[in-house]
Design a protein around this ligand. Structure first.
Ligand SMILES: [Zn+2]
Length: 557
């Protein structure tokens, strides 16, 4: 057999365990044809074989992001994009620049602002009124849980001091009750009837922009954490279907259909119908929508994450609030049981320790009712996990879907979250070490555009739990660090598992798709506190180089 491409001259991380030395990987067409000792590699080299000399770089399966919003993120890249701003003044300046550059846009839409750049996590309408007094402005926060608007938008939506808070969110208010400019959680929906719908064209261009950026980070597949009808996020399915029709979707995607938190079990049938209709339309190797996304709770920064203990106020006094369970726990158990029986796997957003408990209770109920199924139910975010919950992941075959970039001390956590939670809670944050010791399966993702999509930055944090250059100690102490092999496995074979693609992706194995990434320097050769220095030299999808960092990647012959 003559290979089209032969990777040789560097260690090979196959998806788990220590990297192989002195081995080569032969690719024929879109598949890995063989993983062979170097001594046998010569037999695969012919006249037309492209030999990639890794020169000591690491060959790994392509990364798979198990929780990401590429279409929304890509649209933000193309709209008023505040994700690069470092403080309030920079955010305001970016809005002013965008408004000046786009005088014909009736609404200024975008997002990416950071709560920790504004007092109390809540930017004001006055900041926007000073630069854009005449047109409505609506900007989502980086985590998409809060909405920042100007006065023109508030007036257009018909809101004032008499507008009540919705049940699933609240309005920041001025002393007289008039909205101050930030709307949290479901309160952002108060603009749904006036804000313009995103155009299909913008969604499509956003998907392609995101795909290019993500492939450059070594990502070759992902789970879109919200497809289908959701008024919070435009439905990305149209963009994916168009990309498949036009042959521009290069990665493989599993979509998690959005569960309407106020809806009932009738949603299950709607989801299976939509799943089956799509399966008849597009190739399953490209796109499936076999997952369901359920938001169990909100986020800790605005005190909507569901906690086992109550939040404190700014003076350190206990409040009656312990966060929101968006879905009643008994409804959640019934819903997950029905979804599991229908062959849909549940992707939970579960941040607080009470939300984690409620999600695991629901998986346990489904397992009890349906027996073992092939549903790869997984809990994403896991900001606070009680010790009692840790062994329940393995016991109920629930996967921990980690966003490791968040597992370090940084201002949003230290200023907007930890002071408002009980004293001992830092130790229960993102307890990945505990989960691994309790044999939980891990998958990994970024939640981009909430935070950077760079897997190597997340892997650095999973191992160190300290941002590069930070003087803080590891979040939760050393015992919550995980080793590099485990972190790499989570981002490759682990995410392939929750994407139901471990039979042909996520591993370097004979017969698997040649979805590969070359990392330099080899992270396994770096001191652990320098993992972030490793970069992507090239990304290969189905045997083709889709990203090359430089023209001289390897020694092409
Ligand atoms: Zn998300």
């Amino acid at each position: 057999m003559i290979a089209d491409v032969l990777f040789t001259g560097g260690p090979i991380f196959v998806g788990a365990g220590r990297p192989l030395d002195a081995h080569s990987v032969a690719v024929i067409g879109d598949r890995i044809a063989a993983v062979i000792p170097d001594s046998a590699a010569g037999a695969y080299v012919g006249n037309r074989t492209r030999v990639v000399d890794l020169q000591g770089s690491l060959l790994s399966p392509g990364f798979q992001d198990a929780h990401i919003h590429p279409v929304g993120g890509g649209m933000e890249m193309l709209q008023c994009n505040l994700s690069a701003s470092t403080d309030a003044a920079a955010s305001v300046a970016l809005v002013a620049d965008y408004a000046a550059a786009n005088p014909d846009e009736e609404w200024i839409l975008g997002g990416g602002w950071s709560m920790d750049h504004f007092a109390g996590g809540a930017p004001t309408r006055a900041l926007l009124d000073a630069i854009v007094p005449d047109r409505p402005v609506l900007l989502l926060s980086r985590d998409h849980h809060s909405t920042w608007v100007n006065t023109a938008a508030i007036r257009l939506a018909g809101l004032d001091a008499s507008t009540p808070n919705p049940v699933d969110g609240w309005i920041e208010r001025e002393p007289d009750g008039f909205p101050a400019g930030t709307f949290h959680e479901g309160a952002g929906e108060l603009f749904a009837h006036v804000r313009p719908a995103h155009s299909e064209e913008l969604a499509y261009r956003g998907l392609l922009a995101a795909q290019e950026a993500l492939i450059a980070l070594g990502i070759t597949g992902w789970q879109d954490a919200a497809v289908g009808a959701s008024s919070m996020i435009a439905d990305p399915l149209g963009a994916y279907r168009r990309a498949i029709r036009e042959g521009t979707l290069k990665v493989h995607v599993n979509g998690a259909q959005w569960w309407e938190r106020d809806g009932g079990l009738e949603q299950v049938e709607r989801m299976t119908t939509r799943r089956d209709a799509l399966a008849a339309e597009v190739p399953a190797e490209r796109l499936t929508i076999t997952s369901t996304k359920i938001m169990v709770d909100g986020v800790a920064e605005n005190q909507t994450a569901a906690m086992l203990s109550s939040y404190r106020d700014a003076h350190g006094h206990a409040t009656p609030n312990s966060g929101l369970s968006f879905v009643d726990p008994s409804v959640l158990r019934a819903a997950v049981t029905a979804l599991d029986a229908a062959g849909l796997q549940v992707h939970f957003h579960a941040l607080g320790d009470r939300a984690v408990r409620e999600a695991l209770d629901a998986v346990e109920a489904a397992r009890a009712a349906n027996g073992a199924s092939d549903g790869r139910h997984h809990l994403a975010h896991l900001q606070v996990v009680d010790e009692a919950e840790v062994p329940r992941f393995a016991a109920n075959d629930a996967v921990a879907n980690i966003q490791a970039l968040w597992a370090a001390h940084e201002p949003q956590l230290d200023e907007l979250t930890l002071p408002f939670l009980r004293d001992d809670i830092e130790a229960r944050h993102y307890p990945f070490g505990d989960l691994v010791r309790a044999h939980a399966k891990l998958a990994a993702g970024s939640d981009w555009p909430v935070s950077s999509a760079d897997p190597l930055d997340a892997i650095h944090n999973a191992v160190n739990r300290i941002f590069p250059g930070s003087t803080a100690g590891p979040l939760g102490g050393d015992r919550q660090r995980i080793d590099l092999t485990t972190a790499m496995a989570a981002y490759t074979s682990g995410s392939a598992y929750v994407n139901h693609r471990e039979h042909d992706t996520g591993w370097i194995r004979e017969g698997y798709l040649a979805n590969l990434v070359v990392l330099s320097p080899d992270p396994f050769a770096l001191p652990t506190d320098e993992l972030h220095l490793s970069t992507v030299l090239s990304t290969w999808i189905e045997g083709r180089p889709e990203y090359l960092a430089t023209e001289t990647v390897g020694d092409d012959q």
